[in-house]
Design a protein. Structure first.
Length: 517
């Protein structure tokens, strides 16, 4: 299963393991078991600190379930399925972290997780084609390593269809805590931590990390604009801190990128990895998986984080980007993960052989329809305007596809569901006002983005659409606070533009510091 190049790479990765890790596979019979045995045997062969055993472990789900033991003790980490695809990295990181490699979680978050004093059993249902799922799996694996009260299990939904049907899961990642739904849909480490804080508010008391000295520049956000701003500031020799829920931001969810000049073709994961590598070239303090609660204005800005930490900074650059815009109709939020989705690449496989809708006729909507048409029975595109807004080449492809229908000049009224699952959509024909219904198993919302600016109320001037108002130098209405990228009024939300705007905002912040020294 694993070629020599992969095995040699794994040998290099595991060369510095300090603790012994055993991959323990549950006994039993399954048609995929031989494949899994070969897979685990190959992985165990790359290091004398790794071993593979097969034995009866009552706590494991099935003959396709295996646990990680560290020096003979259960680590709290279980995989049910064959973690290939995007989850291969989750397994390798789990092995390395179990064996002593430093965790990637922020110090404050590590302190919070270590303070949990109640049993937490997580189950994460994934699809191996989902590029969001590994973030959740890897975060929860680290939670388990930090606290003996916590255990976590990755479950490949494709191999456990009976459980998927029993729980009515129609989207990934889908996270259960102690047998109950905890989170689903687009989740990241920051959201997991927020939900844990809601359930265990006392853990905030343990989140304190070492107080940073006064910063020259604090960047909020780590997408293309935020990363560019942080690098430009660091190159000026300034003290820089970057705060973000995740590095890469919205870009991380982008599948194909072919308009980043000089890079002929890449994708969100590759571009994010490249940005992470570039950040490591500079002394930039990173506070990842955290949310900014509020900002105190003044000559010295005070940035209050979700862990309780307060960062003091001479200047601030807001580069928080945007998120998927919601329809805001009845039945949408109630059915996220049960038929309502925002990521066709992640959730499309759950609708194989079924009819679905895509709401939105822009580029993202038509691209989603074309993508889904290769997986589902039929796709209907609903567009509010009389004509599609997507590029001509995409429209022509969609119109020629036998599995795609397009309905224009309609408004979604509500998403219909029965017994916890989407069964259809109700919409209004804007030509004559008729209210119509269409039976569907899933609805993919693709109507653009909305700025991540909720935490900025009364901090800087914003438009009615919550975009931060900036001038030609990235300056906001508040001296010393700058903004860049999709969260601002800058036209054309593009990666290359966001990077340029981030650089511009950073240069403006440097100029502000020099003039106000």
């Amino acid at each position: 299963m694993l070629n020599n190049d992969i095995l040699n790479t794994l040998k290099n990765y595991t060369a510095n393991m300090t603790q012994s890790v055993t991959l323990v596979l549950q006994t039993g019979e399954h048609e995929k078991r031989e494949e899994l045995v070969t897979f685990l045997t190959q992985i165990a062969s790359v290091s004398d600190k790794l071993s593979f055993e097969q034995r009866d472990v009552e706590a494991l789900r099935s003959p396709l379930s295996f646990a990680l033991e560290v020096d003979g003790k259960y680590s709290g980490i279980t995989f049910s399925g064959i973690p290939g695809g995007h989850e291969f990295n989750s397994l390798i990181l789990a092995i390395l972290h179990s064996s002593g490699t430093a965790l990637s979680l922020d110090e404050g978050i590590q302190n919070m997780i270590a303070a949990v004093n109640q049993p937490l059993k997580f189950e994460v249902f994934v699809s191996l084609s989902c590029h969001n799922c590994p973030d959740v799996v890897q975060a929860l694996n680290q939670f388990a390593l930090l606290n003996d009260h916590i255990s976590t299990e990755m479950i490949d939904g494709g191999l456990f269809q009976d459980v998927i049907e029993e729980r009515g899961i129609q989207g990934v990642p889908s996270v259960y805590l102690n047998g109950e739904v905890f989170a689903n849909g687009q989740i990241d480490t920051g959201k997991l931590v927020e939900k844990l804080i809601e359930k265990h508010p006392d853990i905030l008391k343990s989140a304190a990390s070492e107080q940073l000295p006064l910063q020259d520049v604090t960047v909020i956000g780590a997408g293309p604009a935020g990363v560019a701003a942080a690098i430009y500031a660091a190159r000026k020799g300034l003290n820089v801190t970057m705060v973000a829920d995740r590095i890469g931001g919205q870009v991380k969810d982008t599948v194909g990128i072919e308009n980043l000049i000089s890079v002929r073709k890449t994708n969100g994961s590759e571009l994010t990895n490249n940005m992470v590598a570039h950040l490591k070239d500079y002394e930039i303090t990173q506070r990842e998986h955290l949310r900014v609660e509020k900002i105190e204005k003044g000559d010295i800005k005070k940035i209050h984080l979700s862990t309780g930490e307060v960062i003091e900074s001479k200047t601030l650059i807001i580069a928080t980007g945007a998120k998927w815009r919601e329809l805001g109709v009845p039945g949408e939020k109630e059915n996220v993960g049960s038929g309502v989705a925002y990521c066709p690449h992640c959730d499309g496989p759950f609708f194989k052989g079924k009819d679905v809708a895509v709401i939105g006729g822009g580029n993202s909507g038509i691209e989603a329809a074309l993508d889904l048409a290769g997986m589902v029975n039929h796709v209907t595109v609903f567009e509010f305007l009389p004509e599609l807004k997507a590029d001509k080449v995409l429209v022509e492809k969609a119109q020629a596809h036998e599995r795609i229908d397009i309905i224009t000049n309609v408004a979604t009224k509500q998403i219909l569901s029965e017994d916890g699952k989407v069964v259809g959509i109700e919409y209004v024909d804007r030509n004559n006002g008729d209210v119509l219904q269409k039976e569907l198993a899933g609805v993919f919302v693709q109507i653009g983005l909305t700025p991540n600016s909720d935490f900025l109320d009364d901090t800087v001037e914003m438009t009615q659409y919550k975009e931060v108002v900036i001038d030609e130098k990235g300056r906001t209405s508040e001296p010393g606070i700058f903004a860049a990228g999709d969260v601002t009024t800058v036209p054309y939300k593009q990666i290359v533009i966001a990077m340029g705007e981030g650089a511009k905002a950073s240069l403006s912040a440097f100029d502000h510091i020099i003039r106000n020294a």
